[in-house]
Design a protein around this ligand. Structure first.
Ligand SMILES: Cc1cc2nc3c(=O)[nH]c(=O)nc-3n(C[C@H](O)[C@H](O)[C@H](O)COP(=O)(O)OP(=O)(O)OC[C@H]3O[C@@H](n4cnc5c(N)ncnc54)[C@H](O)[C@@H]3O)c2cc1C
Length: 326
């Protein structure tokens, strides 16, 4: 079969890898690079930030095997830094946590590895999909058309998938529309001196911030300069969702100073990134949704679990579904 996959994040690329020995698979992503929410923001050669997923854990044996392969290939490693909880200036070290892994040298490394040698149309936003007797056709924002394909897989976030599928697969689109993804503001900051904070990562309570991480403490990164990623809570991100990055970064830095109870060093670089669709608060736990008659399957973390492992498992479920149509 000729298979089109919308989305070159982890779920789309795992699905592509599973299918590609038997099928002709093409991927489409609106971004300039693969990895979706596991992306890394590179500012200049020496400055990088994991601004989406911060780390991943592995519980399912199938994901364990995959992570072990990533580690063996040097694309991931355990992040062994002290991580804890920060509340009103007090820190509590987390104990008995599962192993936290990160991509090496950046969070996007495992996905980039999965992407090697695959047919991927980057910077290609799919605006519409249609189906006739020949199969699926994809229309890109640029005006380009791709197809026909025998099967279509969509791993875009639900809001985008609903728009794409609304007319051609209304039943499936209605199911997809039930799922939402929260927004999340991320602030990326390089300090001129070391931030006076003992932990390398912390879940923050009673603050506009939900999480802070010293990016350079992760394996394979430059330890200096001292670069941090700050994530805002869902509620704060929702309230400020339409503000500009220039407005957001100073507010989140003020929240960091308040949370650690100390004044901050000088700032050499700061910016903010809005994840309009970040985490699904209520994922479906079904692996994927599909319509065999239409040869259509829809997936992503939001179909399974709100994390990297969930995206991986959904990618497998998508491939298993397509294989049944052979
Ligand atoms: C701020 C943040 C923090 C997170 N922290 C963690 C964490 O610490 N641990 C953890 O395990 N998980 C975390 N996650 C979740 C994790 O990143 C996701 O579960 C996982 O990356 C989802 O992968 P995916 O393939 O399902 O979706 P995505 O990575 O979102 O991939 C979907 C792809 O579809 C593309 N796309 C969308 N619409 C179109 C279109 N119309 N045309 C073409 N392409 C399109 C997008 O560009 C994207 O690349 C976090 C996510 C965010 C945003």
């Amino acid at each position: 079969m000729k298979v089109a996959i919308i989305g070159a994040g982890l779920s789309g690329l795992v699905c592509a890898r599973e299918l590609s020995s038997q099928h002709d698979v093409q991927l489409f992503d609106k971004a300039r690079c693969v990895a979706g929410r596991m992306s890394t923001r590179r500012v200049e050669p020496d400055l990088q930030f994991d601004h989406g997923a911060q780390y991943f854990t592995a519980r399912d044996p199938r994901f364990h095997v995959e992570v072990d392969a990533w580690v063996a290939a040097g694309a991931a490693a355990p992040w062994t830094s002290p991580i804890g909880v920060l509340q009103c200036g007090e820190v509590t070290l987390s104990e008995n946590s599962p192993v936290r892994y990160v991509g090496v040298p950046a969070m996007n490394a495992p996905v980039k590895r999965l992407a090697e040698g695959r047919a991927i149309h980057l910077s290609t936003r799919i605006e519409a999909v249609s189906r006739d007797d020949d199969g699926w056709t994809l229309a890109a924002e640029s005006g380009e058309r791709f197809g026909p394909f025998d099967a279509l897989i969509c791993t875009a976030p639900p809001a985008q998938a609903t728009v794409l599928l609304g007319e051609v697969a209304p039943q499936c689109a209605a199911e997809v529309a039930k799922v939402t993804l929260n927004p999340c503001w991320a602030t990326l900051v390089q300090f001129t001196q070391w931030l006076p904070f003992d932990l390398d990562g912390a879940f923050v309570h009673d603050s506009p911030l939900s999480w802070i991480a010293r990016n350079g403490s992760k394996p394979g990164r430059n330890a200096e300069p001292d670069c941090w990623v700050l994530h805002a809570t869902q509620a704060w991100s929702e309230r400020h969702v339409e503000q500009s990055p220039d407005q957001i970064a100073p507010q989140m830095l003020a929240a960091l100073a308040a949370a650690i109870g100390k004044s901050l060093p000088g700032v050499a670089y700061q910016t903010a990134h809005r994840w309009r669709y970040s985490i699904p608060p209520q994922p479906l736990s079904v692996g994927c949704l599909s319509d065999a008659e239409l040869r259509l399957a829809v997936g992503g973390d939001w179909c399974q679990q709100a994390k990297v492992e969930g995206a991986f498992l959904s990618g497998l479920a998508l491939a298993e579904t397509v294989v049944q149509w052979e």
